[in-house]
Design a protein around this ligand. Structure first.
Ligand code: AHR
Length: 557
């Protein structure tokens, strides 16, 4: 995507100026924004799997979030929270990853199958996390009762209409255990002892699980391997697995954010001619936007946060380029199976059991939306993406505790963006003034007046609008983020190509205070608003509110 900027220079660049205590001093031109949709420039089909989710055996993600138990007074379907299933169906959740995350490399799947009363209790990977301090010394969430295992997870996926994506333990189990997990899931009814165990749990027919991660973060919690050591493990784990007619798609454990060295050395190893092996389907990549404050952030923290979330595009492109050096035909796809804003140093969780839990505001919805737009703009590169995590952890769509269950602003983004799933992405050009804002790092207290000033250095700049577009039959879906904290953007949307607009419906999230969020007491403080945009031939006009995510559904004629 190319962007043109009307503002070539900032009036404030390089100068000292007083810093507003309320809002960052953002400058924009007053020109209307122009968005051109190039209907004749297709980019590829957006895999529905880009809209997938991640659930780890961590804090209250599984127990309380997904699993409440068959005997719970909370409405459940065979132990799974019914309200969650309904919302998963609403957003057309395509796949769910489980059981981790770091937990995956300390998990023995055999502990979680067979009669529930015979399943062992085990120490959870997260027992010593600072967030677990003060939690009970026995029971959840530090000790895993294994009441939720493979059968329960696959049932959750089926009820949700999603594909299961399992992550195998490479750090502490051997390749044979992986073979057997595939056997448990996929061997035909009556064919193996594991198939009989599965049948005794109520599932004679195989699960036909297609997506399998080979370890998780193998550079860190997944074994502290070097890329060469991990490549050697990967070779062993992939060299034989029972297929049972299923086209198994393996995902190798890729880099932490921009660690291109990890990518290069793994690809060099497995693509070298004399030791060449079948490349994996996917290359996992994790990128979290690390920020300090989930709720008590100031206005001047917002744009730098968006800049950080926006780094996703460069990180993806850097890995893609490194992969292409060895994988000339780009057979391996990026699998961004952990992403989202993460506030490691502020505790806003709704219950102490929510290890790595946090509140989610409109700001988080904007960051998640701009990440999904990034994926949409690179459909040929991204095979799967999974937001971390689904419920009660990091960038959650849902928050729950016992009978309480609410959606977050992030949920609305997934609901608004579902029209992109499986659609044809097309190129979009944004011609919009940049936002210019002062760098927080160079603020100083003026000793004479006590006011704050920004001294020296250029202002930072952020694009004025960004987004993505896709076409499915006669329906054009355009999603746009307006990051400006105070200014709406009157916007002209031009359809370039052989089609006009018959009508345009809009749905908007945000438009008010970017701190807004839902709570158990006020579950609908953040909701979306629908309206229509004005349409004339090839032109659609709409004002994109400040701090907002907007979806336009344009019917083409
Ligand atoms: O999502 C929380 C943790 O973040 C995951 O377990 C791990 O893979 C990552 O470091």
């Amino acid at each position: 995507m190319q962007r043109r900027s009307f503002l070539k220079t900032s009036a404030m660049a390089g100068s000292a100026f007083l810093f507003s205590r309320k809002l960052p001093s953002a400058t924009t031109a007053s020109d209307d924004a122009l968005i051109e949709i190039m209907l004749d420039e297709p980019l590829g089909t957006i895999s529905p799997l880009i809209y997938s989710h991640f659930t780890e055996e961590l804090g209250a993600v599984i127990y309380d979030g997904v699993w409440v138990g068959e005997n719970s007074k909370i409405a459940n379907t065979g132990g799974i929270r019914t309200a969650l299933i309904e919302k998963m169906r609403q957003i057309k959740a395509p796949a769910v990853r489980w059981p981790g995350g770091c937990f995956a490399d300390s998990y023995d799947w055999r502990d979680g199958v067979g009669p529930k009363d015979k399943r062992p209790r085990r120490t959870d990977f997260w027992v010593d996390d600072p967030d677990s301090k003060g939690l009970p010394k026995k029971g959840l969430p530090s000790y895993d009762p294994n009441q939720f295992g493979t059968d329960e997870f696959v049932r959750f996926c089926k009820l949700s209409g999603a594909e299961p994506y399992l992550a195998a333990n490479v750090r502490s189990l051997n390749a044979y255990a992986f073979d057997q997990w595939v056997e448990y899931c996929n061997s035909p009814a009556g064919s193996t002892t594991w198939a009989d165990v599965r049948a005794a749990s109520g599932s004679p027919e195989p699960y036909n699980v297609q997506y399998w991660g080979v370890g998780n973060e193998s550079w860190g919690c997944g074994g502290n391997f070097t890329p060469e050591e991990y490549a050697s493990e990967y070779r062993r784990y992939q060299s034989w697995l029972p297929k049972y007619g299923v086209d198994l798609k393996l995902v190798a454990s890729g880099p932490n954010q921009d660690d291109v060295d990890w990518t290069t050395r793994f690809f060099e190893n497995i693509f070298t001619a004399d030791r060449r092996i079948k490349p994996p389907f996917g290359w996992s990549m994790h990128y979290y936007t690390d920020l300090p404050e989930a709720l008590k952030f100031t206005a001047e923290d917002v744009y730098p946060g968006y800049e950080l979330a926006d780094r996703m595009e460069k990180i993806m492109l850097d890995h893609w380029t490194a992969m292409g050096v060895y994988d000339r035909n780009h057979r391996v796809k990026l699998v961004v199976d952990e992403y989202g804003p993460w506030y490691r140093f502020s505790d806003t969780r709704l219950d102490p059991t929510h290890v790595l839990g946090q509140q989610l505001t409109v700001r988080d919805a904007v960051m998640t939306a701009l990440t999904l737009d990034t994926f949409n703009r690179h459909p040929e590169k991204v095979g799967i993406a999974a937001c971390a995590q689904l419920i009660n952890c990091i960038d959650s769509l849902f928050l729950s505790h016992e009978e309480h269950f609410i959606t977050t602003p992030v949920f609305h983004v997934f609901d608004m963006y579902k029209g992109h799933q499986g659609a044809q992405a097309v190129r979009v050009q944004f011609s919009v003034p940049d936002i210019s804002f002062p760098r927080k790092a160079i603020r100083k207290q003026l000793s004479s007046t006590g006011d704050e000033a920004v001294v020296g250095g250029p202002d930072a700049r952020l694009w004025g609008l960004n987004g993505s577009a896709s076409v499915n039959g006669k329906v054009l879906t355009l999603t746009v983020v307006n990051p400006h904290l105070t200014e709406g953007r009157p916007t002209r949307i031009m359809l370039r190509g052989d089609a006009s607009a018959a009508s345009a419906e809009t749905e908007v999230l945000g438009g008010g205070d970017v701190h807004e969020h839902n709570t158990f007491d006020q579950p609908n403080a953040v909701a979306t608003k629908t309206s229509t945009a004005s349409v004339s031939g090839k032109v659609v006009q709409f004002t994109l509110p400040p701090s907002s995510v907007t979806r336009l559904t344009i019917t083409l004629s």
